[in-house]
Design a protein. Sequence first.
Length: 319
Amino acid sequence: MNEEQLNISIAGRGRGERRCTMVGMAADAVLSVAKIATGIVAGSAAMVADGVHSVSDLAVDTVVMTMVSVSGRGVDANYRYGHGKFGTLATVFIAVVLVVVGLGLLIDGGTDVWGAMHGVALERPGSIALVVLAVAIVAKEALYRYTMWRSRSLDSTTLRAYAWHHRGDALSSLGTLVGIAGAVYLGEGWQVLDPLTAMCVSVLILGLSYRLGRPAVEELLEISLPSREVALVEQAIGAAPGVRAFHNLRTRRNGSVRVVDVHIKVDGEMTVTHAHDITQDVEQRLREALGEVITYIHVEPFRGTNCCEQHQHQEHAKD
């Protein structure tokens, strides 16, 4: 796959990511208005908080849309590895927003619970909130499933994080639904379930932010590919006819594209044309093993495998 073919593939993924994000934006706009309005009418702090969370989703949607648009530009003179890290930045942004939202829910819910413990009367939420929340849960779970399906078909880590963001919203609304139902149907004194549930939801959101943010930060720090993928890389290189040994293997991700740098050793007497054919065979095997991949292969003459190279190969196999 040459640079032009790679860019065509990346551009196609970018279009799919943008379409998927637009669906999420439209749904979040409708849900945010519905939740906040219903929360005010029903007198539910947890419902209003959930609606504010949906408003923050629109900011996330906008950033994701911008980042996937940039990441879809592919390789150019300034970005020789492509623009994939912009998609990774979008994932980090999603994680940061979730941290802010989670802390906000925790503080607001804690304040209400503290007030209830000291005699402050909490308003009993109306039952209409339950209907809107049930609709929101179904809608967000559907968005999660659709976005996750698109992330798999496009091999998009950004959409995968975006899908989990939708799942987090669905779970948030489910927790709020439980809290409001308890406050509505269990009678006087149970209104505290509303802010208590908001606090529980905040812990869930903070945990989700860590789950999304950690791999994205690791990618920005250029951590190696997972051990399973490194093993596939080693198998693909080692199986190529003409490759007598290899060393200095380095791997990382750039958005949805894997990057592999390696030194291969071939017969020192072969022609340059033959050595070039071997590198093309290695590149093809890596694409078959990993999908879209950018490779930088350095060719060296084989003079025997020394202990250092054997040890290095074993260490890669262990990671």
